[in-house]
Design a protein around this ligand. Structure first.
Ligand code: AMP
Length: 481
């Protein structure tokens, strides 16, 4: 009997096997309510935030419903930021791994030509930001004819960032019978009402928010004048010496300033804000996830929805003006049954703001006396900053073990097609179509994933086997998805 509790949803074996590999054995609260409704085809309005497992809540039904044979996109996932688009693409890609689901991510700040080439191939799920998706629709490089499911993720941020018109325009272009799933951290009328016009009798799935999980998070508050803020912050950092933390600031300028100051103190950290180059932002997120540095200074918007595992601490260098943001920020730590600490700095003239946060929490945030730091603590902290970082294992690494990426000479320019590749590889003794993963045909090269640890076998056989009438150059590729 399969012990994976996702079996209760009657998912295909391929999806259950992948979930087990990902170590998703017990559905989270949001997954328990969303998955059955989504599989049954209902329109959904769900209140859920980062860390609740909401990506898999829509990702599992999405991947389950995709038919591999169809060449045109069958689902559209709209994300407010490029980083989120990338993150969600990766999560869906992992869930759909065994079904070999192709998921291009379309967002600005990245070359459009590459995206155009990718869209010429089979694509099952498109993840992207509304602006770039509209751009591809106008260029007719993205065909919506077969789209049956649309996910509007982080809807509140989407609207806050001014994407309402584009989202509406996209919905208007879709088939009337499509299913819509909307996820939002807040349920304001101004977000929900315009979307209702596109939905049929939606199911409202409201879950308790992070307030109720505060049991595992120790909160503390320090009052400090602006001039003394950095000095106090350094003391707190040395005192707590977090294994990994996010440090929230109110503005991009503050992120920059704090980052520079920390670097001057030789603290190994990174920063994330909206004015950074796209590539730098994605690189920062990857490096933080990989554990190359452990302290991330950021703004709310840039870090919104980005999932970082096992943060031990969250610092609010500046308090947010929105009470819900306070809850979202602290909810970044104390996840998965682990304990976490949320430490906030406030200036004496922010008493009213603190009051309103406490009113929202229905609880007092303890004001803690300033810690005294010993020379020994300082020394240990400095030494810790100089230690070689221990790289964390990437999610999905489990899949990579059994997959070999092979590069084959010949691509679109020589009219190479997936069928030519599949035909040649499947004619190798001991290889079946199930051993072939994603095929990516470029201009002069084709990348093929060989699954089930059969890479070497295929590589050797292809050295003497013609593909489309010719012996091709074949090699192992380091291309990463
Ligand atoms: P999300 O709220 O979608 O950003 O997900 C938060 C984190 O939980 C991600 O790192 C997911 O990979 C992970 N996750 C999602 N569902 C499960 C599950 N059922 N069991 C364990 N981890 C999960």
């Amino acid at each position: 009997m399969n012990k994976n509790q996702f079996s209760q949803f009657q998912l295909s074996d391929e999806i259950i096997e992948t979930l087990t590999l990902l170590d998703y054995n017990i559905p989270t609260a949001i997954q328990k309510v969303v998955i059955p409704h989504a599989l049954a085809g209902y329109d959904i309005i769900a209140k859920a935030q980062t860390g609740s497992g909401k990506t898999a809540a829509f990702g599992i039904p999405l991947c389950e419903k995709i038919s591999w044979e169809e060449n045109l996109p069958q689902a559209l996932v709209l994300e407010p930021t490029r980083e989120l688009a990338q993150q969600v693409k990766t999560e869906l890609f992992h869930i759909g791994r065994k079904k070999r689901i192709k998921i291009p991510a379309l967002f600005g700040g990245m070359p459009i030509d590459k995206q155009l080439l990718t869209l010429k191939q089979k694509s099952h799920i498109i993840v992207g930001t509304p602006g770039r998706i509209m751009d591809h629709i106008r260029r007719k490089s993205l065909i919506l004819e077969q789209v049956k499911i649309v996910v509007i993720d982080e809807a509140d941020l989407m609207f806050q960032m001014g994407f309402a018109e584009e989202v509406t325009a996209i919905l208007e272009l879709l088939n009337a019978s499509r299913q819509i799933m909307l996820f939002s951290a807040t349920m304001e009328d101004k977000i929900i009402t315009p979307m209702l016009a596109f939905m049929k009798d939606p199911k409202y799935l409201l879950l308790p928010d992070a307030k109720e999980t505060k049991g595992s998070i120790t909160q503390s508050l320090y009052y400090v004048n602006t001039d003394d803020k950095f000095t106090l912050f350094m003391k707190l950092l040395i005192h707590h010496s977090p294994s990994s933390c996010m440090i929230f600031c109110a503005t991009r300028e503050m992120v920059n300033t704090l980052y520079q100051k920390l670097r001057r103190e030789r603290v190994r950290c990174g920063m994330l804000h909206g004015e950074m180059e796209q590539r730098d932002r994605l690189k920062t997120i990857e490096s933080f996830r990989d554990g190359l540095f452990s302290y991330l200074v950021c703004t709310d918007v840039a870090a919104r929805g980005i999932d970082f595992d096992s943060l031990t601490h969250v610092f609010q260098y500046d308090l947010p003006t929105n009470v819900e943001t306070y809850v979202h920020r602290i909810g970044r730590t104390g996840r998965n049954g682990k304990s976490g600490a949320a430490i906030s700095l406030a200036s004496p003239d922010e008493l009213r703001l603190v009051d309103s946060i406490e009113y929202y929490l229905q609880d007092k945030i303890p004001v803690i006396p300033l810690p005294t730091i010993t020379e020994e603590q300082k020394k240990q902290f400095r030494e810790k900053q100089l230690e070689k970082p221990i790289l964390k294992k990437r999610k999905g690494a489990i899949f990579q073990k059994s997959i070999t990426n092979i590069a084959i000479g010949g691509g679109r320019k020589s009219k190479m097609r997936s069928g030519d590749i599949v035909g040649a590889i499947c004619s190798i003794h001991g290889i079946t179509p199930e051993d072939i993963g994603i095929i990516d045909i470029r201009d002069r090269l084709t990348y093929v994933e060989i699954l089930n640890q059969k890479g070497e076998m295929v590589l050797n056989a292809l050295e003497n086997k013609p593909i489309k009438g010719k012996i091709r150059k074949v090699s192992i590729s380091r291309k990463r998805n």
